[in-house]
Design a protein around this ligand. Structure first.
Ligand code: UD1
Length: 434
């Protein structure tokens, strides 16, 4: 079982290059099966979630040719379109984004059967808005023994108003509607950068999608999609995580290969609490020297402060001066890291969807367990700030979304290693004299 060991205390200094956006990649990889032609996709982050989805695509007969670590060719031509096309394996249940195959296959074959999605346990994650969208397009959707089955004689464009702003539902409906007959309008659509990226990808395959990135998306269905060669946008959350790590460790990091606009809400909060943030065309530099100040944050759909950055921000605020308040408005179960952080000395009280954080001067290293992906990343930042050694368990969550986290941290001067055996743990402790 792999774990991370971190010896805290070093400020992160230097340059880090951000990989492709995991959440865009998941939508794009699924959308690639919507054509029988070859789709070349570049800048795919080599993380567990994308590897799992690629395995699932192979599992249904899709052709997946890995051209290098970050580039893949996918073709749906070898997928057998039959009643037996069922997507259900032990991997697919683990990732939330398996539901994108539902929209993609429904669009292409007018039938899809996929195991109900898993993913991070950060609250109940209903899919009623996805189903509402598919039904509006003319599909019949049933749930049977943990499987979602969507089928339609034909898909017809429709006017869909989402009751909640949902990233997943927006992408799923967009995919199915791309191959529906006539025009679809999605209102109250999510506006996240990865929605725009999936729309751009589909358009590069011949789809006709307009307005992605605003709350009204208009899709004119086309008969079929063709092959493409496409490069995925940089990961907003990986970038934000390194921005936060730079600030929390009182470091100086140039975060390269980003779209600074996507990071506005994170930059603004960092500046507000006392960090220096400089924007370049495709990089941001974060410098912090003093102890940060407190603030109030509410997570919101894009362009608001992302829920996926909430735990990392909480770590920074837990070391800042004064009392901060975080309200989580997207998922109800996203403070599970608080108990772990408390073991390191943080003073955080959770009441409902609000965390009240009393900043402390320092953390002390401890043995902690990553409760989910982003909370796990937050514990890494906490470990980098703490005195002594932190051992993080269940890093498989972190590996779902961060490629070579330990390598990138080490290149910035942090001390972090992936360990697997008792001997490796002992060696780390010996090496860092603890
Ligand atoms: C995606 C991201 C996840 C991020 C989240 C919010 C992927 C693979 N995951 O998750 O990292 O934290 O967006 O930015 O891209 N909801 C419903 N009914 C639905 C769908 C959603 O009530 O049918 C609710 C959810 O419970 C949640 C809110 O809407 O409260 C937002 O969820 P959504 O945007 O759909 O998140 P995901 O797509 O699951």
């Amino acid at each position: 079982m792999e774990q991370y060991m971190i010896k805290g205390g070093n400020p992160l200094v230097g340059e880090v290059v951000i990989g492709g956006a995991k959440n865009a990649a998941l939508g794009i990889l699924a959308a690639a099966v919507m054509t029988d032609k070859a789709c070349y996709i570049d800048n795919i982050p080599n993380v567990k979630d994308t590897r799992t989805l690629l395995q699932a695509i192979e599992g249904i007969g899709g052709l997946v040719e890995r051209q290098n670590t970050h580039r893949v060719m996918i073709s749906g031509s070898t997928i057998q379109n039959s009643e037996n096309l069922v997507i259900d394996d032990e991997f697919i249940r683990k990732i939330r984004a398996s539901y994108y195959l539902l929209g993609a296959l429904l669009g292409k074959y007018k039938r899809a059967q996929v195991a109900l999605p898993g993913g991070c346990n950060i609250g109940s994650r209903p899919i009623d808005q996805h189903i509402k969208g598919f039904e509006a397009l003319g599909a019949k959707v049933t749930i049977d023994h943990g499987m979602i089955i969507a089928e339609a004689e034909e898909l017809r464009g429709s006017h869909i108003y989402l009751d909640v702003v949902s990233v997943g539902a927006t992408i799923n409906i967009m995919m199915a509607a791309a191959l529906a007959e006539g025009k679809t309008i999605i209102e109250n659509a999510a506006k996240e950068p990865h929605i725009v990226d999936v729309a751009n990808f589909l358009n590069s395959m011949g789809a006709n999608i307009k307005g992605a990135g605003t709350d009204v998306i208009r899709i004119r269905g086309v008969k079929e999609l063709h092959g493409t060669d496409y490069s995925i946008i940089p990961d907003q959350i990986e970038a934000g995580t390194f921005m936060m790590a730079a600030a929390a460790t009182k470091g100086d990091v140039l975060i390269k290969n980003v779209i600074p606009k996507h990071l506005d809400s994170i930059s603004a909060k960092l500046v507000e609490i006392g960090a220096y943030v400089e924007e370049f065309d495709d990089a941001v530099r974060v410098i912090s020297k003093e102890r940060m100040k407190s603030t109030q944050i509410k997570t919101l759909p894009y362009p608001g402060f992302p829920t996926d950055m909430q735990p990392q921000m909480a770590v920074t605020l837990a070391l800042s001066e004064g009392t901060s308040i975080i309200s989580e408005s997207i998922f109800e179960n996203r403070f599970k890291y608080v108990d772990e952080l408390s073991r390191m000395g943080a003073k955080i009280k959770v009441e409902g969807n609000t965390a009240i954080i009393d900043g402390v001067e320092s953390f002390a290293g401890a043995n902690v367990v990553a409760p989910d992906l982003r909370a796990g990343a937050a514990l890494v930042i906490a470990g980098l700030c703490a005195s002594g050694v932190t051992l993080i368990d269940k890093i498989e969550y972190i590996q779902r979304g961060y490629e070579d986290f330990e390598g990138k941290v080490r290149a910035l001067g942090g001390i972090m290693e992936k360990v697997e055996t008792e001997q490796e743990i002992k060696k780390f402790k010996f090496q860092y004299a603890v």
